[in-house]
Structure formats: structure tokens, C-alpha cells
Write a protein that binds this ligand. Structure first.
Ligand SMILES: Cc1cc2nc3c(=O)[nH]c(=O)nc-3n(C[C@H](O)[C@H](O)[C@H](O)COP(=O)(O)OP(=O)(O)OC[C@H]3O[C@@H](n4cnc5c(N)ncnc54)[C@H](O)[C@@H]3O)c2cc1C
Ligand code: FES
Length: 257
């Protein structure tokens, strides 16, 4: 059964830059933190007059005991720029938790994050019931969250420029380290997800991918975020699904990439 979402005003506890342009924001957001599951996201409202659409950001950590919600995001444009200026004691309006989240199934999983797709892997690593091998793809030597993820399983890194770990992408790191698993959980840029879908099919692995599309309402009402699917959707009667409501996590076979 879907757990209800909340609109709340969350106070900023701390905010720091953990890599160039990448911010780590901790918020007092108990009503959301106690319900969230790994892979869900929140909509962050950044203005008071409602002119700016809310910005979807994945839940990096949700501590049900302390009520702290952690978001790790890259400054990309106006909305995330405003967010990066929020100081402790200031507040932001949040709606969440939104979306479906990752199913926590499998004995031995690859948790794979590419770039700013890495943050949701942290809460997933904490809650995954089986063994995990964590594969992280970065552009360059400016790693973030790798050390923390290392508390939950071995971490393998790839970098586009070869300055850390395996030169190339996350599949190069899997091959270079001769890694094996029975299920893939991944979040990252579309080309990475496309390659992982092919890799999973070739190796007959279960594969769950977290998709990113531009969003407006974030709650399934506007159809602004649809992605193409392999089967006809019962809700829309066409071959697509809403990333915000039906996803963002999909079984790889379900979606066209
Ligand atoms: C489910 C989901 C989870 C996400 N999780 C994270 C995260 O954990 N960390 C992180 O850094 N980023 C994440 N993103 C991307 C983040 O939402 C965008 O970077 C952000 O909305 C950009 O807003 P902006 O105003 O700074 O940039 P602008 O480019 O000025 O945004 C203009 C408009 O485009 C939309 N937009 C721009 N880029 C994206 C994008 N990549 N995806 C969706 N909408 C976009 C914005 O919401 C806004 O409506 C996530 C996106 C989705 C859909
Ligand atoms: S953003 Fe409106 S339906 Fe997904």
C-alpha cells in the first residue's frame, strides 16, 4: 500500500560542499524521514510566490530515529543555486516521500551510481538485506560519498578521465575487477542505464533502474515526466509511464532506453 506523502516546512540543520558544485544538505524533516524508502525523492519548493516549479531531489539518507533527511545535489541552475544558499536555521518547503523506491530483494547485488545518481545508493546500501558490491562512476578525482558507502560493502570506482580507479565507466570497473552479482540496482545518466540494461540482459540478471526526467507536478497529475515503456500502461493506455508516480525505479525490461 502506498504510504501517504507530506508537505512540510523543514529546517536546515547543516549544509556543506563535499565536491566542486556538490552540496550535502541535512534537514529536520521527521514526517518524511520516518516514511521514506531508498530510491524515493522529495520535491523541493524554492520560492514563496509559486513561480518556480519544485525541484525533485533523491533521498540520500532518511533517519527514522532522528528525523533527519539528507539530500546530496549538484548545483545545475536557478533552483539548486537557491537551495545551495540555505543556511542552518533557514527552512525549505518539501513534499514527499515521492515515487516508488527500490525493492529490497536479492542475495548479492551491484549497487551502481553514476555521478549525481550516487546519493540514493547510500540509503539503499544501509537497508539492503543481502551482500552488496558498490560500483561508482565519476567524471574525475573529485569523489563524494565513496568513503561512507564503503561502510556497507566493497567500493569500486571508475572515472572518465582515469584519475581514480578504473579508467572508463562502471561496466569497465565491473569487468576490470571480475565482479559477479545476481541483481543490479542503478541510478545515473541515461547512457549508463542503457548500457546496464544490455549488460543485465546478456548476463541474465535482474535489473532495477532509477530514471530521471524533467518534472512538473511530481505526483502523477500532469504527465510531464513520462518515459517510454515496452508494454501498454493501464493508466494512460499508451506505451509510457510516469517517472514521478510509477517510478522513478523501473525493472529494466519495462522501459525503453
Ligand atoms: C527523481 C529525480 C531525482 C533526482 N535526484 C537528484 C539528486 O539526488 N541530486 C541532484 O543533484 N539532482 C537530482 N535530480 C536532478 C535535479 O532535479 C535537477 O538537477 C534540478 O531540478 C535542476 O534544477 P535547477 O533549477 O537547478 O536547474 P534548471 O536547469 O534551471 O532547471 C530548470 C527546470 O528543469 C528541471 N530540470 C533540470 N534538470 C533536470 C534533471 N536532470 N532532472 C529533472 N528535472 C530537471 C528543473 O526541475 C526545472 O523545472 C533528480 C531528478 C529527478 C527527476
Ligand atoms: S511530473 Fe507531473 S506526472 Fe510526473
Amino acid at each position: 500500500m502506498e504510504k501517504s506523502k507530506e508537505m512540510i516546512i523543514a529546517e536546515v540543520i547543516s549544509q556543506e560542499q563535499i565536491a566542486p558544485g556538490v552540496h550535502d544538505l541535512k534537514l529536520a524533516a521527521e514526517a518524511i524521514a520516518i516514511k521514506a524508502v531508498p530510491g524515493q525523492f522529495v520535491n523541493v519548493y524554492l520560492d514563496t510566490d509559486g513561480k518556480l516549479l519544485p525541484r525533485p531531489i533523491s533521498i540520500c539518507e532518511a533517519d527514522e530515529k532522528t528525523g533527519v533527511l539528507r539530500l546530496v545535489y549538484r548545483v545545475a541552475g536557478k533552483g539548486t543555486e537557491i537551495l545551495s544558499g540555505k543556511k542552518p536555521g533557514e527552512s525549505v518547503r518539501l513534499l514527499g516521500p515521492l515515487g516508488n523506491g527500490f525493492p529490497l530483494e536479492g542475495q548479492n547485488a551491484f549497487l551502481i551510481g553514476g555521478g549525481i545518481g550516487i546519493p540514493p545508493m547510500l540509503e539503499l546500501a544501509k537497508r539492503f538485506p543481502g551482500d552488496v558490491q558498490i560500483v561508482l562512476g565519476y567524471a574525475d578525482k573529485n569523489l563524494f560519498l565513496a568513503e561512507e558507502l564503503g561502510e556497507y560493502g566493497p567500493v569500486y570506482v571508475s572515472t572518465d578521465d582515469g584519475s581514480r580507479g578504473t579508467p572508463g565507466n562502471v561496466i569497465d570497473a565491473i569487468r576490470a575487477n571480475d565482479l559477479k552479482a545476481d541483481v543490479i540496482y542503478a541510478c545515473g545518466p541515461k547512457p549508463m542505464l542503457r548500457s546496464l540494461k544490455e549488460y543485465a540482459a546478456r548476463h541474465e540478471m535482474e535489473c532495477y533502474l532509477s530514471m530521471e526526467e524533467r518534472m512538473a507536478c511530481g505526483v502523477g497529475a500532469c504527465l510531464g515526466c513520462v518515459c517510454e515503456t515496452t508494454e501498454t500502461d493501464a493508466h494512460s493506455n499508451v506505451k509510457n509511464k510516469r517517472v514521478c508516480k510509477d517510478g522513478p525505479v523501473f525493472r529494466a525490461e519495462e522501459i525503453q532506453l
